[in-house]
Design a protein around this ligand. Structure first.
Ligand code: NAG
Ligand code: NAG
Ligand code: NAG
Ligand code: NAG
Length: 370
């Protein structure tokens, strides 16, 4: 009996001890939890068997932290999420959720759940075989949520998430490109579902996903709208439009979705107490870069720097055998789908400290200060 008591006492003290140690861990002042698709994937797809991968050169050629080696990012350097994190004072990039070393205190800088090919709808991106859709990304955050409780203790974890953490969501393009508009799938989908009904389904699903994040203590959100899909080298190449033209249907769908997204976010701002949802107007930002590319120092807004096929190098994705442009900072588009780091830098700058035309109702610096 005495022995049992002393064992129990020992266990109790061990517990006290570990609680004291744990409570000494301080959360950093700024963290980002990143959800989305290949625009912000920081390497999750490296750990999936998927056709949507960027862990091959010359992707990452300008990513300083890896010495120019590919990291899984679908661009030549940093993504918009990387740059925004830096500018908001995050000590290091949010690590990919699926990376083996994303454990312990490493998650205090935030975590990246984004996955190339992923969409709002579960069925999006099937052609890639594997990708993590938004639904599962939220499930993954639920796992992180529990780890944060363990590391920081419940009250600090809650405070960290509600006050110091920014939740960014960049998703929706694949629901159009690799679902509704994808040549092999879209014929049947489009026969059965009008654009209105497809977009309604996207908006309702995303609303539920954002609300789930809110129930897990996310409060400061920034949600990107869908860019001008009809202007990316891939769409311009397969539809053979002229350099100054974009593909109408793709842009119309994006705009239709964006209008509804704005309303939905306003709704959430009204109905979820304490939450701030910012709309990042990626559509108008990218269109601004494309229209006035010269004034931002770009030499082309239609030809991909890395890619092959068609008039805009927009048919075959970027890889070791692709042709690559000489001046990577002179191209708005790195590859058939994704902006270059130079373009990402301009976009991030507007989101961090721009006016309500591009980030509303407040910008990210103001959101962080709340
Ligand atoms: C985790 O591994 C990745 C890839 O090997 C590396 O870039 C990153 O710096 C590592 N992070 C930590 C916290 O060790
Ligand atoms: C999407 O997939 C997730 C995970 O497999 C599942 O929990 C969810 O119910 C699915 N949602 C829909 C609308 O099918
Ligand atoms: C998070 O996971 C727990 C189970 O561990 C579950 O009860 C809860 O509903 C999940 N929350 C969300 C928002 O998915
Ligand atoms: C943000 O922009 C305002 C003016 O638009 C400027 O005065 C301020 O210095 C900027 N802040 C940062 C941190 O860049």
């Amino acid at each position: 009996m005495a022995r049992l008591i002393s064992v129990l006492l020992f266990l109790f003290m061990l517990q006290l001890c570990s609680m004291t140690v744990l409570s000494l861990i301080e959360a950093p002042d700024s963290a980002s939890f990143v959800f989305g698709d290949s625009l912000v994937d920081a390497g999750n797809n490296n750990y999936l068997q998927t056709l949507s991968k960027a862990d091959i050169p010359p992707n990452g050629i300008d990513f300083t932290a890896s010495g120019g080696q590919p990291t899984g990012r679908f661009t030549n350097g940093r993504t918009i999420a990387d740059i925004v994190g830096e500018q908001l004072g995050q000590p290091s990039f949010a690590l990919p959720f699926l990376a083996p070393n994303t454990t312990g205190t490493a998650i205090l800088n935030g975590v990246n759940y984004a996955s190339g090919g992923g969409g709002i709808l579960n069925g999006t991106g099937q052609i890639f075989i594997n990708r993590i859709g938004m639904e599962v990304q939220v499930d993954f955050f639920n796992t992180t949520r529990k780890q944060l409780d363990e590391i920081l203790g419940e009250s600090k974890a809650k405070e960290f998430l509600m006050k110091k953490s920014i939740f960014s969501v960049t998703i929706g393009s694949n629901d159009f490109l690799n679902n509704y508009l994808f040549p092999l799938i879209s014929a049947t989908v489009r026969l059965n579902q009008s654009p209105e009904s497809f977009i309604d389904e996207m908006i309702n699903t995303l609303k539920t996903q954002l609300t789930r994040l809110y129930t897990l203590d996310a409060r400061k959100f920034v949600v990107g709208n869908v860019g001008p899909l009809g202007c990316i080298p891939y769409q311009k190449s397969i539809n053979r439009v002229s350099p100054n033209e974009c593909v109408t249907l793709a842009n119309q769908l994006a705009m239709q979705y964006n209008t509804q997204l704005r309303t939905m976010l306003a709704d959430l701002n009204k109905n979820l107490p304490g939450a701030r949802f910012l709309l990042a107007n990626v559509y108008d930002l990218v269109l601004e870069l494309i229209t006035n590319y010269n004034s931002y120092g770009f030499s082309t807004a239609s030809v991909a720097c890395c890619g092959n096929g068609g008039q805009y190098a927009g048919i075959i994705p970027c890889g070791p055998t692709s042709s690559m442009c000489d001046d990577r900072s002179a191209h708005v588009f790195w590859d058939p789908y994704h902006p270059s780091e130079a373009a990402n830098l301009v976009i991030a700058k507007y989101l961090v400290n721009g006016s309500t035309k591009y980030i509303s109702p407040i910008n990210l610096l103001q959101l962080k200060a709340l």
